[in-house]
Design a protein around this ligand. Structure first.
Ligand code: GLN
Length: 544
């Protein structure tokens, strides 16, 4: 696009969890499908510098970018929808903003001035928003403002947005996402909370240009006009957003509601091609009209909170679509698994995936799940801690190291088969100090990994402090667990597999962060395929 970068803000009102991330990603997809370059950024109003130190119970999964930033899980949606990598710059927190401002103050960069929320904090926020635009590669920067309008903590973000709108005029636009609650007793959708939420935004000096209204039921006749009248927006800019069967329907629903058309018109972009969504529609067809189904167990300690494993769930679904299979995930709580009940919980499954994690809780259950998969020849994929547990299980039950463990769980074990990486030993701070982001990995010939990736050099994203202890590598390889992927510089073991098992792989990295709608990840595709072709035949009966 010729001309300057356009900035689109997405705010939320009435309640949290309305799906600002999905609306942002869907609009971005529609603009991308018209040939524009787009990136999406999330502003988070908490004081943590990044969500890396947050418990998944607080915040769901922590998504990791190529350049090693620990970020909000919405960045996962952005990448899965757009198939364009995000970076550190795509997630900003209040903690990071204040950290930068305070560091500048300490360096004397404010030249004796009193440092204040306005203009110093708001300037820092604006600089972060515009940094993406300044790269000169994006036609559109979509900025999702976390939290709900009216929250004390998001006020500086709304103020920064107000200032940018004022400065940029026609190059800037605000979309406000609200809720139309349904009153069962009268059978009506109510617009009052939307009116109030727009008033709240107006009181902060921001007039929304577009309203997206989340609703369980179709909007009644005349409702768009009514909202338009009360909120000073055009009726065509009141967009209905019905609950969808899947998040992947939302771009098409937004296209049907002409969200992209309205946005482009308001930003003065008049000439552009229609959106080409053929590849997206093809994915949806495979996803919604599967030719078979497969049951996979996901073993983890946060299974009551599905958001903790968001990228894994999505990667399995992408892989299901690639294989034209419906993947049913059975969420298995690792803390509940014992040698006695493992067959009851995992029997009947065609594949077993053991999830990443930190700390001791639930670890013994993960090890039982892996023993079950190994002995019964059920296709197995272990990710990060899941891979480390596979190494521990093999050490204990095949090599006879009865107390084999990771030094994360037992610092005094006689057999530290998983140990802290050398460069991690001196580090004291917890935030942002793990082995993070993309690292290269070399795949060995004649391995399952080679069959899966079909190339020698790959790159995958990491987030861990511990690793396979190479002092044990020879003993493992002699007994059948081989290292099929190695980091070329540090010689760290990145992939293990078991010779003679039909499909058993543990990976130290997180393949789930790289799976997108356009490019489902080869490891997940192969795992789901193996579950269908091998696992279904190998299914072990569940014990009553
Ligand atoms: N806790 C393990 C480590 O730090 C695994 C981390 C993970 O699963 N992401 O190495």
């Amino acid at each position: 696009m010729t001309g300057s970068t356009k900035y689109i803000f997405v705010t939320g009102g009435v309640t949290s969890s309305l799906g600002k991330g999905i609306i942002s990603a869907s609009l971005a997809k529609l603009l991308q499908a018209r040939g524009f370059t787009v990136t999406i950024q999330k502003l988070d109003p908490y004081i943590n510098v990044d969500p890396g130190t947050l418990n998944p119970y607080e915040h769901g999964e922590c998504f990791v970018t190529e350049d090693g930033a620990e970020t909000d899980l919405d960045l996962g949606h952005y990448e899965r929808f757009l198939d364009v990598p995000t970076s550190k710059a795509n997630n900003v927190t209040t903690g990071r903003i204040y950290q930068n401002v305070i560091s500048k103050e300490r360096r004397g960069e404010y030249l004796g001035k009193t440092v204040q929320v306005i203009p110093h904090i708001t300037d820092e926020i604006k600089a972060h928003i515009q940094a993406l635009g300044r790269k000169g590669i994006y036609d559109f920067v979509i900025t999702e403002v976390g939290g709900t309008v009216g929250d004390i903590e998001s006020l500086p973000y709304v103020e920064a947005m107000r200032q940018l709108k004022w400065a940029k005029g026609k190059d800037c636009l605000t979309i406000h996402l609200t809720l139309l609650p349904y009153l069962g007793t009268t059978g009506e959708l109510k617009t009052k909370p939307t009116q109030h939420s727009v008033k709240e935004l107006l009181s902060l000096g921001v007039q929304p240009d577009v309203l997206v209204c989340r609703t369980e039921h179709p909007m009644q006749k005349g409702m768009k006009e009514k909202i338009a009248l009360f909120c000073n927006v055009d009726a065509e800019a009141v967009i209905e957003s019905r609950d969808a069967d899947t998040i992947y329907d939302v771009p098409l629903m937004m296209q049907h509601e002409r969200l992209d058309e309205v946005v482009l018109k308001k930003l003065g972009v008049n000439t552009c091609p229609d959106a080409d969504l053929n590849a997206w529609k093809d994915f949806l067809r495979r996803y919604k009209e599967p030719k078979g189904e497969v049951h996979i167990g996901l073993v983890g300690k946060y299974v009551e909170l599905k958001d903790a494993y968001k990228s894994i769930k999505e990667a399995l679904e992408h892989a299901g679509a690639a294989n034209e299979l419906k993947v049913h995930i059975k969420w298995v709580h690792s803390e509940k698994l014992t040698a006695k009940n493992v067959a009851k919980h995992l029997g009947g499954l065609a594949g077993i995936l053991v999830a990443p994690g930190f700390g001791h809780r639930g670890i013994e259950g993960k090890i039982e799940a892996i023993k079950f998969a190994r002995e019964n020849k059920v296709p197995f994929l272990g990710i990060c801690l899941g891979m480390q547990c596979a190494v521990i299980e093999f050490g204990r039950n095949v090599l006879g190291y009865t107390d084999a463990n990771s030094t994360e769980m037992n610092a005094d074990t006689m057999h530290p088969v998983i140990a802290m990486m050398e460069e991690q030993k001196q580090i004291e701070n917890k935030g942002g100090t793990m082995r993070l982001g993309a690292y290269p990995c070399k795949i060995e010939d004649d391995t399952l990994a080679k069959q899966v990736y079909r190339k020698r050099d790959i790159s995958e994203r990491h987030r861990h402090r511990y690793e396979f202890n190479n002092a044990y590598l020879k003993a493992y390889e002699k007994s059948g667990m081989v290292a099929s992927g190695i980091n070329p510089q540090g010689k760290l073991v990145e992939i293990v597999e078991i010779k003679g098992h039909p499909w058993f792989m543990g990976v130290q990295f997180h393949p789930e962060y790289r799976s997108t709608v356009a490019k489902p990840h080869p490891l997940f595709i192969a795992f789901v395929k193996a579950a269908m072709s091998i696992g279904v035949k190998e299914v072990v009966k569940a014990e009553a």
